[in-house]
Design a protein around this ligand. Sequence first.
Ligand code: S3P
Length: 186
Amino acid sequence: MTSNDSQHPRRSIVLIGFRGSGKSVVGRELVKLTGGELIDTDELIAQQAGKSIVELFDREGERAFRRREEGAVRRAAMQSPSVISVGGGAVLSRRNVELLRSIGYLVWLTAPAEVLWQRINSDPSSDNARPPLTNLSGVEEVQQLLTQRTPHYAGTAHLTVDTTSGTPSEMAAEIVMKLDALTGDD
Ligand code: S3P
């Protein structure tokens, strides 16, 4: 699973998981180990629209955002093998899941709801990128959506990494080690 790995066909690594699970920070460390580019579908969406995700939700609603997200996933999947970080709701689309599984290994980053909420709440980028998704607030929204989405994450992932403790670089190393075991690399 290294950048000069020639024994196995190269595949992308796709980071899935709830908001605050560490997809962006772990993704940044992962590309240092694997080579390739870090592609963030939320960034693709915002760049293409020329608007923040919060603005898109306000103006167009969540359904339109999900269509844009499918487009961004398609564009990300067309790149050469990379690390792809997808928004927390991307796995709700069967189309996204089928496409992503056809080009990559899906790695589910997990943490308890309280930890996720604390990270979301203290991340300044949440203001532009994380609109409310329910009428609930704070940790209650996280708990409810996590309950709904856990079967999607679990049913989709090739492997799972708990990000509750440890540094992003330790988590990236764990992903590479587990993927090597999965794919039979040394
Ligand atoms: C969403 C997660 C966000 C972003 C949008 C919707 C979700 O991405 O796609 O706010 O439905 O959980 P992150 O998981 O990167 O925060």
